[in-house]
Design a protein around this ligand. Structure first.
Ligand code: APR
Length: 308
């Protein structure tokens, strides 16, 4: 298998994704940025770690989109990161211009690729990339639900002092304050979470999860989270390039599913070779459905700000 992944944006998220991908060893990686020297320097540094990996895969840094030609997957991380006090939605106009330009260029070079969006505000950027690329919706997918879910799983495991491996959870909705945690479906080694933690405690963990990115922004002061976002993104690349048909929450364009039209939110999908192989329409309670629709409406408001 000779797969190729391009990562646009060689900042914190992009470079960490590139490093993880090279360590996976199933694809050659191109790391691209607008800043001259930055992707070349980081790629060279990562390349020099490959003798210790023994996978034979390579990484190349570039400022030229022609080097991304024929990519199977393109990950878009280019954009401005949050500063303390900012919401993801505050980034919309700045990152819109960046994501629009980047999408036009990658589509020209890799018309068959699957695009994974990471740039925030995630759901609106996924919508924008879908419209600009004119790809089918299964090939333009946003990364957020996996990140929100792994944050939730981490906090639950810490609270219970159990292995993170045993915590199963799911978070749907937009990547922001309106995300929809589903604690009734959360289990720990098959045991319902509600048997292990009081409702108040669960609610506290959900609130910490919702503000999970903000907590890190406040600590870092000069940037936003990137290790867990990169790990979540690479989980999606794995599912696609290795044709794994994983069931994962991803941000996708909805056309009537869950009663939502013309908006992007996180829902469970089967992620495989073609990107989204299937959108899963699970049974939600009336409250959960209402929360998901509210989240989609909040995303729609951000989409409307873009007026593209
Ligand atoms: N083309 C290519 N690269 C660009 C462009 C562009 N038009 N504009 C900006 N970049 C690059 C910057 O030069 C920078 O190297 O995008 C990179 C962004 O990196 P960081 O500032 O380190 O931001 P990062 O933490 O990686 O976050 C990137 O992901 O999680 C989201 O909210 C986050 O939207 C943000 C994005």
């Amino acid at each position: 298998m000779n797969s190729k992944v391009s990562v646009i944006g060689a900042g914190n998220v992009g470079a960490t994704c590139a490093q993880r991908l090279v360590e996976k060893g199933y694809a050659d990686v191109v790391l691209l940025d607008i800043v001259e020297g930055l992707p070349q320097g980081k790629a060279l540094d990562i390349l020099q770690s490959t003798p210790l990996l023994g996978t034979g895969k390579s990484i190349f840094g570039s400022n030229n989109y022609e080097d991304t030609a024929g990519s199977d997957v393109v990950v878009i991380t280019s954009g401005v990161a949050r500063k303390p006090g900012m919401s993801r939605d505050d980034l919309v106009l700045q990152n819109m211009a960046i994501v629009k330009g980047v999408t036009e260029k990658i589509v020209r070079q890799s018309p068959e690729c699957v695009i994974i969006l990471v740039t925030n505000p995630l759901d609106a950027m996924t919508y924008l990339a879908l419209k600009v690329s004119k790809f089918e919706r299964n090939r333009v997918i946003g990364q957020s639900g996996i990140l929100d879910t792994i944050r939730f799983q981490t906090f639950i495991a810490k609270e219970l002092n159990v292995s993170v491996k045993d915590v199963s959870a799911l978070i749907l909705g937009g990547h922001g304050d309106t995300m929809v945690a589903l604690p009734r479906l959360c289990t720990v080694g098959g045991v319902p979470l509600s048997d292990l933690l009081q409702e108040q405690k669960i609610e506290k963990i959900i609130q910490r999860t919702v503000k999970g990115g903000g907590e890190i922004v406040e600590l870092l002061k000069t940037g936003s989270a990137f290790y867990a976002p990169a790990a979540a993104t690479v989980e999606m690349v794995d599912a696609i390039l290795l044709g794994r048909n994983r069931v994962l929450p991803c941000a996708v364009y909805l056309q009537g599913e869950y009663g939502i039209n013309d908006s992007v939110v996180g829902v469970p999908v089967i992620l495989g070779e073609k990107g989204v192989e299937k959108i899963i329409e699970m049974n939600l309670t009336t409250e959960e459905t209402a929360a998901l629709r509210k989240s989609a409406a909040a995303v729609k408001e951000v989409i409307e700000i873009m007026k593209f």
